[in-house]
Design a protein around this ligand. Structure first.
Ligand code: ADP
Ligand code: MG
Length: 264
């Protein structure tokens, strides 16, 4: 017997009304299954519906038609077991590193010594022990994102959604945090849905890569990357998948270039 997929999208689509009252298709129907413990990357150029798709799964938006279910239940709103990590960190500036992680645990009902111990454990896990009493403004962008990751992991969610989490960071910090995230994922094995516009990042991280295309936002192709982790960033094995993805992306790009409303 195969296990039920963790996340199931059944012809999930999203329309908006433009200020002129016209119907805008942000996301054409998407049908996709994500298994428990998978690491899936959604990749594509801006405007192809990545944020819309992840927001439908995280319960920030409702489908216009079709369904999204997690653990067999329809997603009707946000869920403390399904955590989102954003590019802008979303830390409380008036709370220390420990205080920020503690906040998430307190929100989940954990109190006192037990909560503090757990918060410390996760601050240690992301390598911020020495900065535990620092405030967000005293930290670099990479450190702030590590706090956000610690805060998300501390509540031990079964699903972690990340929307371009490393987009604001320099290339070295990004590579470092990619490896950190992979290490933590392998340790705790939540289901991860990771949005990026960076094809290299998607190939390096994802067990599967969902390539999306704009005009209207849709899934173009799903590519399996059956390479074990940790992976080499360069080399024959990963380059094969990188080439496959870049070639497919090139097709998307050519189609998109012919559409007047699509501007990178
Ligand atoms: P991505 O994250 O890939 O850049 P988005 O999901 O943000 O793409 O957007 C997909 C499309 O939906 C875009 O054309 C965008 O303009 C449109 N869109 C997104 N949110 C809204 C909204 N709240 N109202 C109207 N249109 C929207
Ligand atoms: Mg987006």
């Amino acid at each position: 017997m195969t296990a039920l997929p963790k996340i199931i999208l059944q012809a999930a689509e999203k329309h908006y009304s433009s200020p002129q009252g016209e119907d805008v298709v942000a996301l054409a129907p998407v049908t996709l299954e994500i298994a428990s413990g998978e690491f899936v990357c959604l990749v594509g150029p801006s405007g192809c519906g990545k944020t819309t798709l992840i927001n439908l799964m995280a319960g920030f938006e409702k489908t216009s038609s079709g369904t999204v279910t997690i653990d067999g239940r329809a997603v009707t709103g946000t869920d403390p077991d399904h955590i989102m990590i954003f590019q802008e960190y979303g830390l409380y500036p008036w709370r220390t590193v420990l205080g920020n992680v503690l906040f998430a645990l307190e929100a989940k009902g954990l109190k006192g010594k037990e909560a503090v111990e757990k918060a410390r454990e996760y601050v240690d896990l992301v390598g911020l022990t020495k900065s535990i009493d620092s405030f967000p403004h005293q930290l670099s962008g990479g450190m702030k994102q590590r706090v956000a990751i610690a805060r998300a992991l501390a509540v031990e969610p079964s699903v972690i959604f990340l929307d371009e989490p490393f987009g604001a960071l320099d290339a070295f910090t990004r590579m470092y945090l990619q490896d950190e995230l992979l290490r933590l994922w392998q340790e705790k094995r939540p289901t991860v849905v990771f949005v990026t516009h960076d094809l290299d990042e998607a190939v390096y991280l994802g067990g599967r890569v969902v390539l999306m295309a704009p005009g209207p936002g849709r899934v173009q192709r799903v590519i399996n990357i059956p390479l074990p982790w940790p992976r080499e960033r360069t080399g024959e094995s990963i380059d094969k998948y990188r080439r496959e993805l870049f070639e497919e992306f090139h097709l998307v790009h050519q189609q998109a270039a012919g559409e007047a409303e699509y501007i990178i």
